[in-house]
Ligand binder design. Structure first.
Ligand SMILES: [Zn+2]
Length: 227
């Protein structure tokens, strides 16, 4: 199973477009995904025609190896008994994938650095199930609701690691000017390993550059604006 899949969305406005939906989110391997989670853009597709947003209902595995967070996340906050059974079946599938990925990276690190240290296991919800599936895997939590996950992740961050945003905006901009602004913001963001999201509000078009606060503050200072 791939870490992400392309899904085709059909918008109420009639437009059809495809976007990436992550099934395994490993923020140690791909740190930008952590900030997409905090900014509310992870697994949220935006229609290129009308700007409507569509949240994916697909569950995913979230893994932060450095901060010791390993979770199975169901986007919806509540599930009934039938859905729970289906969810657990899906969980067994994705869990194996995530374990393989992290073991691959950990083995690579072990070879490069020092011999593996014994790990301290903490008991968490989902442990019992996780232990049955893969006894050597890190403890896993089961989280309902992307908002719950975002709150937990945010609580683990140092102040300078928290979400920072800086806005580039234009008033009464035509299509060409908007595309230019978006391209410029995208270029700046890519160089700083940050992401962008666009917003329309009456006559103002805004492109937010977001990422770790320390990096965004540096960007904002260089751009002569406030983060
Ligand atoms: Zn649309």
């Amino acid at each position: 199973m791939p870490r992400s899949i392309e899904i085709t969305f059909t918008c109420p406005c009639g437009a059809s477009f495809s976007d990436t939906v992550y099934q395994a989110v490993n923020v140690t391997l791909d740190p930008r995904l952590l900030y997409r989670l905090l900014a509310g853009t992870l697994n949220v597709a935006t229609c290129p025609n009308c700007g409507r947003k569509a949240e994916s209902a697909q569950p995913f595995v979230y893994h932060d190896m450095r901060r010791g967070l390993f979770a199975y996340v169901s986007p919806r906050e509540t599930v009934d008994q039938d859905e729970r059974e289906a969810l657990l079946a899906e969980l067994r599938k994705v869990y194996v994938l995530a374990v393989q990925q992290s073991e691959h990276v950990l083995h690579r690190r072990d070879r490069a650095e020092e011999p593996p240290r014994p790990t301290v296991r903490r008991t968490r919800p989902g442990d019992e199930l996780a232990a049955k599936i893969e006894p050597e895997a890190p403890p896993m939590q089961v989280i309902f609701g992307v908002g719950q996950l975002a709150a937990l992740v945010d609580s683990l961050l140092e102040p300078e690691e928290k979400l920072g945003k800086v806005a580039l905006s234009a008033r009464n901009a035509g299509t060409a000017a908007r595309e230019r602004l978006r391209a410029v913001a995208g270029h700046i963001a890519a160089q700083a390993q940050c992401d962008i999201m666009a917003e329309e509000d009456a006559d103002t078009y805004t492109v937010w550059i977001y990422g770790p606060r320390a990096r965004v503050n540096t960007l904002a200072a260089a751009l002569g604006t406030h983060a």
